[in-house]
Design a protein around this ligand. Structure first.
Ligand code: PMP
Length: 392
């Protein structure tokens, strides 16, 4: 999630001191700082040097549909999807974006019709990612308009259905649900990586979005990519990015390429002297330990409910495993109607269900992904030492 959409989230740290001098635990952010210690240990493996004369041109590859796409970045995207098995890249065009956020806007632009009398409807099944309605409507575009809950959508005319799988905020696997013709699908697979969910088959959709923000944790690089089947849609997405930012930072693409390369190397060379385990084994274990702490705390208190998931066979890890989302979709029990206010009373900041088109009995909180210095989650900081012990 983006830090800016909450009044309380201007600081980068999780435990922060408010104006009145009280310490609050901010679980509203989805900042993936939990991976920082892993990348520190990887050290030089992801270091790149960019001399001042390099990457000067606007252009990366004028023969490519996406002319600002760095070939090395495209190569590593294809390689990583093959190694992980989470997406088919053959027969797809790659469009790079300044985060998958920019690609979401590019996709709306590309899928809407310039000649339509009315804006195209944009829907998603609740609970949906809270940034979608805001991003869809903040420019009051004549091309597209948020139309809310996909389950009750029955307006004739063109529409787009957004499918986030695994879903932000509840972590469940999602499929398209609108049973109507004239629609296009955007699949946001930001979390379809083996540390969060079983990889059951390679995604092969018309338009799929991925991001380094959640896969490797490099949210600050602002790099995402789209896999697009239709050439015309890929061209129009490229046009949108040309019109809005004349391309995407080459420096960031080169850095992203290096990080993706290290992740793919870690998978292919797991068990070697270079990489004792793959990035996804380490991050999967980290998520398991954090979910265990969270479930223990929730069970002990008896005041909250968490989603229960069904295990599935993961082709990457080679065994059955439970989904373990980057966030917790927490429900207040015992008749508490406004879970966000309830937790706020304990100086814990979360995002209430209504932002996701759901009941205020729910909140989304991020106790899993960020590092919680000074917030009482000291056990989690111990991960750093265990990474070292395992020789990464
Ligand atoms: N989609 C989902 C489901 C997300 O949770 C996020 C980040 N919170 C994004 C997209 C945006 O990612 P990016 O940093 O690549 O813009």
């Amino acid at each position: 999630s983006t830090p800016s959409s909450s009044a309380s989230s201007s600081s980068a740290s999780v435990a922060e001191v408010e104006d009145g001098g009280e310490e609050v635990v901010n679980l509203d952010h989805g900042d993936p700082t939990m991976y920082e210690s892993y990348w520190q240990i990887m050290g030089e493996k992801t270091t790149i040097v960019i001399p001042g004369w390099q990457s000067i041109s606007y252009f990366s590859d004028i023969r490519s549909t996406c002319w600002f796409l760095e070939p090395e970045f495209a190569k590593q995207v294809v390689r990583l999807h093959k190694v992980v098995g989470n997406a088919e890249t053959e027969g797809h065009h790659i469009v790079v974006g300044t985060g998958s956020s920019q690609l979401y806007l590019a996709a709306l632009y590309a899928l809407s019709s310039k000649e339509a009398a009315e804006p195209m409807s944009v829907v998603s099944a609740a609970p949906y990612y809270s940034s979608y309605p805001l991003m869809t409507d903040y420019q009051k575009s004549g091309l597209h308009k948020w139309a809310g809950e996909a389950r009750s959508f029955n307006k004739p005319g063109p529409f787009v259905e957004l499918i986030t799988s695994p879903n932000n905020p509840d972590g469940f696997v999602r499929h398209s649900i609108v049973n109507q013709t004239g629609g296009a699908l955007i699949h946001d697979l930001a979390y379809y990586w083996p540390q969060y969910t079983p990889i059951t088959s390679p995604a092969d959709n018309d338009l799929t979005l991925f991001t380094v923000s959640k896969s490797t944790g490099h949210a600050g690089m602002r790099i995402g990519w789209a896999l697009v089947k239709d050439l015309e849609v890929a061209k129009r997405m490229t046009k949108f990015i040309e019109l809005s930012t004349i391309g995407v930072s080459k420096d960031s693409q080169l850095r992203a390429a290096k990080v993706l390369e290290a992740v793919a190397d870690s998978c292919e060379q797991a068990g070697s002297s270079e990489f004792s385990e793959s990035f996804f084994e380490v991050s999967y274990r980290l998520m398991t330990e954090r979910w265990q702490h969270l479930r223990d705390a929730v069970n002990t208190s008896g005041r909250f409910g968490l989603p229960e998931f069904t295990p599935a066979f993961c082709h990457f890890h080679g065994h059955n495993l439970q989904p373990q989302p980057a966030f917790a979709w927490l429900r207040c029990l015992n008749g508490v109607e406004d879970c966000e206010s309830f937790l706020r009373g304990f100086n814990i900041l979360t995002r209430g269900g209504k932002h996701f088109g759901a009941s205020p009995e729910y909140v989304r909180s991020y106790p899993v992904m960020a590092d919680h210095q000074n917030s009482g989650f000291h056990k989690w900081n111990g991960e750093r030492r265990s990474f070292n012990r395992r020789g990464h």
